[in-house]
Design a protein around this ligand. Structure first.
Ligand code: NAD
Length: 412
């Protein structure tokens, strides 16, 4: 994975140099800093399990780059967490924060564990042990983690509490994604979906499209909120979860579908719609396709089936890199993950800012500021795309790498 990231970094650097986007002292070779993570921390976390036996879990925190501000990125609890993946994701976070132009750098972490196999008490012990182990290298002005795969607001609270005990100062800004009752921000729950709506809106304004049909793969946190918020503006004709997909040419009633999912635990068999497969959903004749479930769902084997003219990447890395280039060459617009799903990290940054200043913003204020960030990011990317004749993903990387390089140059 890291190999692909480095490829994107080199490609962006070439474009920045060739077009003299920023002034670069090539002899100094500052780009070399961006080819490496700044710090990789690996910790052993011994936990006394409910049965009285000690088990040791392995945890990581990778701090990729902090030239623009404290490292920022999630902590995931998953059996397949590994050093390479976490490093790659931390690089990605550095790019995403720079695209959104928030004063944060890139980090990521995780523990190799299947959280479903642990009791709540064990998960609390594990999270507190992680906070103690990371306490010397994180902090409100150093590195600010957040939730990610299989980590929850409650876990963020435990982390904050344990870190605060270690340093002896109540430090809500050490971590984001906390519950509203414990320093969380209004609007964080829907921020990723809403950010994607704002990004798509900004893009559609550049086209003359009126009727817009949308298929959303994944009806979890990000996909569901996107569908719910997009429902007012566009026609959502299909959505899915791990059990399958539902399709209604006339449009799905998203509020009724949310109730149906709550009652039956799945979107399938939704009255008035047709069950289809996830593969069929990807190949639907729609204007906009929104992969919001997993990475690598559009690959060498199925990219040719895509009929949508626009793809909004809410999931991280849903399209493999070579296929992303092929789709762009085929005239399909991809609103890239680093912009389309940046709403989450933007509101995480707002949470940090509120904590630092001891404030609590109203929901409307959060959403207005989010809209402003996403629209500014979109405009800057669009401008780079037009000026240098790039696809949107490459334009986003060019913009982000230029911003990080500028900050690195200043301090070197
Ligand atoms: P989630 O676990 O809440 O939801 C995932 C959804 O995908 C569920 O509906 C699940 O049923 C579905 N799914 C799982 N396997 C599937 C399969 N094989 N085919 C089709 N659907 C399947 O996760 P989420 O938080 O909504 O995240 C979804 C994606 O968005 C991930 O790639 C994540 O990294 C990315 N993302 C999320 C956020 C956020 O704030 N939630 C922020 C940035 C990026």
């Amino acid at each position: 994975m890291m190999k692909e990231n480095l490829q994107q970094l080199e490609e962006a650097y070439e474009i920045i140099k060739n077009n003299k986007l920023i002034e670069i002292d090539e002899k100094k070779n500052v780009i070399e800093i961006l080819r490496h993570a700044k710090r990789l921390v690996r910790v052993s976390l011994p936990i006394v399990m409910e049965n009285g036996v000690i088990k040791v879990f392995e945890g990581y925190r990778v701090q990729y780059n902090d030239a623009r501000g404290p490292f920022k990125g999630g902590l995931r609890y998953h059996p397949e967490v590994d050093e390479d993946e976490v490093t790659s994701l931390s690089f990605w976070m550095a790019i995403k924060c720079a695209v959104a132009d928030i004063p944060m750098g890139g980090g990521k972490g995780g523990i190799i564990v299947n959280p479903k196999e642990l009791s709540k008490t064990e998960l609390e012990k594990l999270t507190r042990a992680f906070a103690r182990a990371l306490a010397p290298v994180v902090g409100p002005m150093v590195d600010v983690p957040a939730p990610d795969v299989y980590t929850t607001p409650e876990m963020m609270s435990w982390f904050k509490d344990e870190y605060s005990k270690v340093v002896g100062v109540d430090s809500p800004a050490v971590i984001t994604g906390k519950p509203l009752t414990d320093g969380g921000s209004k609007g964080r729950d829907k921020a990723t979906g809403l950010g994607a709506v704002y990004a798509l809106e900004a893009y559609l304004e550049k086209t003359d499209k009126k009727e817009t049909t949308v298929a959303v793969q994944g009806f979890g946190n990000a996909g569901l909120h996107f569908a719910e918020l997009a429902h007012a503006e566009w026609k959502i004709v299909a959505t899915s979860d791990s059990k399958g997909a539902v399709y209604n040419e006339a449009g799905l009633n998203i509020q009724d579908l949310i109730k149906h999912k709550e009652e039956t635990k799945s979107v399938i068999n939704f009255p008035g719609s047709k069950n289809i497969t996830n593969e069929e959903l990807l190949a639907l004749e729609v204007d906009v396709l929104v992969p919001a479930a997993l990475n690598s769902v559009i690959t060498e084997t199925n990219w040719k089936n895509i009929k949508a003219k626009t793809i909004v990447e809410i999931a991280n890395g849903p399209i493999s890199l070579p296929e992303s280039k092929k789709l762009a060459d085929a005239g399909i617009t991809i609103i890239p993950d680093v912009l389309a799903n940046a709403g989450g990290v933007v509101v995480s940054y707002f949470e940090w800012e509120q904590n630092i200043n001891n404030q609590s913003w109203e929901l409307d204020d959060v959403n207005i500021k989010l809209k402003d960030k996403i629209r500014s990011a979109f405009s800057a990317i669009w401008e780079a795309k037009e000026k240098y004749n790039l696809d949107l993903r490459t334009a986003a990387y060019v913009l982000a790498v230029a911003r990080i390089l500028e900050a690195e140059q200043k301090r070197n």
